[in-house]
Write a new protein. Structure first.
Length: 239
């Protein structure tokens, strides 16, 4: 898949598609490369762009609120997620985090309890070109813990995260990380306590906040618009 871009307009397409826009119809060539310019039947130009992570966040089919790029960045930065890692993910949802990790080169097994959500996530992995490395499974991860082991990373965005963290010693390799997203501070506290009870090291919980800057002739200050807080991330490591 590619993006057809012009100023603030973006259209997701595949080679050979017929794309209808407010500036005319684009017959996408069968052979097209990033940087090429294609025109609508009215002569309006669009530039071809390859999909990258932020584009996936904007264009994957959504089944709920996906994890924000800033939160994904913290997960990757705190855990060192990298090519060749084995990742156990739960609470797939839209699959944005799983797709990012897959595009880093990790092998991901992700569990989604809602069958319809899981089906959408599988389609999203196809779009992200990581279907061969991201295995989307339908079900509750806690029903399968006895069959899972030797992961480098746990990434959890699910209400039963504490129950999974309690089994981290069985699920993670030595030195492996757990990263848990919690929407409410009470949930984060439960995860934090579960990690400590499980004997994990370097347990920490952080609030994730990001604010854009307003820069104008009067001066510069953080924007008062938008939502800066999204949730809490708890990190821990198996000794």
């Amino acid at each position: 898949m590619i993006l057809l871009v012009r100023e603030d307009r973006e259209f997701l397409a595949a080679p050979g598609d017929e794309v209808h826009t407010d500036l005319g119809v684009i017959d996408v060539p069968e052979s097209v490369d990033a940087g090429d310019v294609v025109e609508t039947h009215l002569g309006e130009p669009f530039t071809v762009r390859e999909l990258r992570g932020p584009d996936l966040f904007n264009h994957l089919d959504r089944t709920g609120a996906p994890m924000m790029p800033k939160d994904i960045g913290l997960v990757v930065g705190h855990t060192g997620a990298a090519r060749g890692d084995r990742v156990l993910d739960a609470g797939t949802g839209t699959g944005v985090l799983a797709a990012y990790l897959g595009r880093l080169g990790a092998d991901v097994v992700t569990f989604e309890r809602d069958a319809e959500f899981a089906a959408v996530a599988r389609e999203n992995m196809e779009l992200a070109e990581v279907a061969d490395t991201v295995d989307v499974r339908t079900g509750d991860v806690t029903d399968h813990l006895d069959d899972l082991s030797a992961f480098d990373l746990l990434t959890l965005d699910t209400e039963n995260a504490p129950a999974v963290v309690e089994r981290a010693d069985d699920l993670l390799v030595s030195g492996g990380y757990a990263a848990v997203y919690s929407p409410f501070v009470e949930d984060a506290r439960e995860v934090n306590l579960a990690a400590e009870d499980a004997g994990l090291a370097n347990v920490e919980t952080v609030e994730t906040i990001q604010r854009e800057m307003d820069l104008d002739e009067r001066g510069s200050r953080p924007s008062t618009a938008g939502v800066g807080h999204t949730g809490y991330l708890t990190f821990a490591r198996r000794p």
